[in-house]
Structures are given as C-alpha cells and as structure tokens.
Design a binder for this molecule. Structure first.
Ligand SMILES: O=C(O)CCC(=O)C(=O)O
Length: 270
C-alpha cells in the first residue's frame, strides 16, 4: 500500500520523505484558485486564446508522437471539453498536451499555489492536459516530483528503483525519445503490461495509485512510473525539484546501461 498524507506541514512531510517512498497527498490543493476556476472551460479558454501549442497525437493502437502541426489553445479546449474536431490535425484518436512549461501560460500560472510542504528549490512547473487513453510510458526522472491533479483522473503505476535490474531497461535512441516526448529522461519503452519478467521477478512489486482531482502524488527520484489518464478532460500540474542527483543528466551521457544503473545501484549499496 502506498503511504498517504492529509494536508501535511513541511515538518510532517520531511519525516515522510525520509522514508524515500511515494506519497499520495490529499487536502493540500483546496486553496488553489485553479481548483475552482479551472472547472470552467470558458475561463481556461480565454486565458491564452490564440497561443499556439505543440501536442502529441496518436492513431488507434499507436503510441502518442509529437505532431508537426501546432494548434491554438482555444481549439484544444474546445476539443477536450466539447469534442470539437481540430481541422489541422488528421483525425487523431487521442491528443495530449504533455509537459509544457507554465512560463507559456502566465495567466493560468497565477492560479497555482506552490506546495508549502515541499522546501527544495523548484526547477520547473509543467502543464499536462489530455483525455482518457493518454499515456506516458514507463520511465524515471532524477528529480523529486509532485504531480497535482486539477481535473480528471489518472492511474499511476510505480516501481521502486531496486527492481531496475529485473526490468532489463532499454535506452531509446534519441530520435525516438524525442518523438515520444521523453527527450530529457532515461526511458524504458515497455509499459508495465508488456514487462517480460523472468522467474526471479515474482516478487516485483508494482504500486498502483488512482489520482483524483485535488490529490497530489509525490514521486521520489529514480522511481519508475507509467501514467494513464482514465478520466478526461484531465489537467495535471507537475512541480520538479532539484535533488542530490542535480536536475538533468546531459543527453551525451546517456550512452550506456552503466550510466543508468550506477547512480541507482550505488544508492542501494550505501
Ligand atoms: O502525467 C503524465 O502523463 C506523466 C507525468 C510524468 O511522467 C512526470 O511528471 O514525470
């Protein structure tokens, strides 16, 4: 079972954090203006009406890939909330606005409240907006992460870093990683459903978290996670914080499995 915390203070959270496990947090978004204001599609739409946005799209049975066509913010909102077709996109099955820096959305950024229980330096705040069926493949990040669900619902599957050797991680080549929107991460291209585990892996433990509107999931660095949107329109905000591993590992160091495993294994040996 995943740890849960209700409206933690900075002090409570530090104690929980010391355990190095994911934590599902409730009660800490109640005062976010976004939590009320973003219930209105019209409010969201007017905030950045004509802003061009880069999105990921997928045809039936295929993974989401970066679309060469940009779409305006108001078209996206009309699509997600009212089902209006976007003419410039060739009839996709799914559309996902992934990991888009909130600096592009100054009007909406005003409606966020930085979580007061987390005290590390913040690196980036991103917007994720999608519909049922949107997915982020299994991967991990080197930094502390808070995923805050404002509308809709997601299922997040989590695997502890100690299981990495059982997962036989594979690197995506950089073109493919870019296309799938995983350019800055070490990535693992299989989903948890497709894991080909050998007999020794019976004890692999996959945590499954259902994240509803108003809830936050803390994902510690190096924890594998796969994210599925199960109810749309879904808006998530994620905050990344600098940690002992720094912020990002330069792409040119992503060359071997050793690079991936060393920091993780040394963590477990220490
Ligand atoms: O919500 C998603 O689709 C993915 C989020 C994620 O992978 C992250 O915040 O690191």
């Amino acid at each position: 079972m995943i740890q849960k915390a209700d409206n933690p203070t900075e002090r409570n959270f530090k104690d929980e954090l010391a355990l190095g496990l994911p934590i599902q947090i409730s009660g800490s978004m109640a005062k976010w203006p976004a939590f009320k204001l973003w219930q209105s599609a019209e409010y969201i739409k007017q905030s950045h009406r004509d802003l061009p946005c880069s999105v990921f799209t997928a045809k039936v049975g295929e993974p989401l890939v970066a679309s060469p066509n940009r779409v305006s913010w108001h078209e996206l909102i009309d699509y997600f909330w009212y089902g209006t077709r976007i003419k410039s996109l060739p009839d996709p099955e799914r559309i996902y606005l992934k990991q888009t820096n909130f600096n592009n959305f100054p009007e909406l950024k005003k409606d966020l409240v930085n979580p007061s229980f987390f005290s590390a330096p913040m690196v980036e705040t991103n917007l994720w907006m999608g519909e049922r069926g949107c997915n982020s493949p299994l991967h991990f990040d080197y930094i502390d992460n808070l995923i805050c669900q404002v509308t809709g619902k997601k299922i997040i599957k989590l695997i502890a870093p100690k299981y990495t050797p059982l997962l036989s991680p594979c690197f995506l080549d950089s073109d493919r990683a870019e296309k799938l929107g995983l350019g800055n991460n070490f990535s693992f291209y299989q989903s948890t459903n497709e894991l080909k585990l050998d007999d020794s892996s019976e004890s692999l433990n996959i945590f499954e978290v259902e994240l509803s509107a108003g809830e936050i999931l803390y994902i510690p660095p190096l924890w594998w996670h796969e994210v599925d949107t199960i109810k749309g329109p879904s808006i998530s905000v994620n905050f990344w914080y600098a940690t002992r591993y720094g912020t990002r590992i330069p792409r040119n160091e992503l060359t071997s499995e050793q690079t991936l495993l060393n920091p993780m294994l040394s963590m477990f040996q220490s």
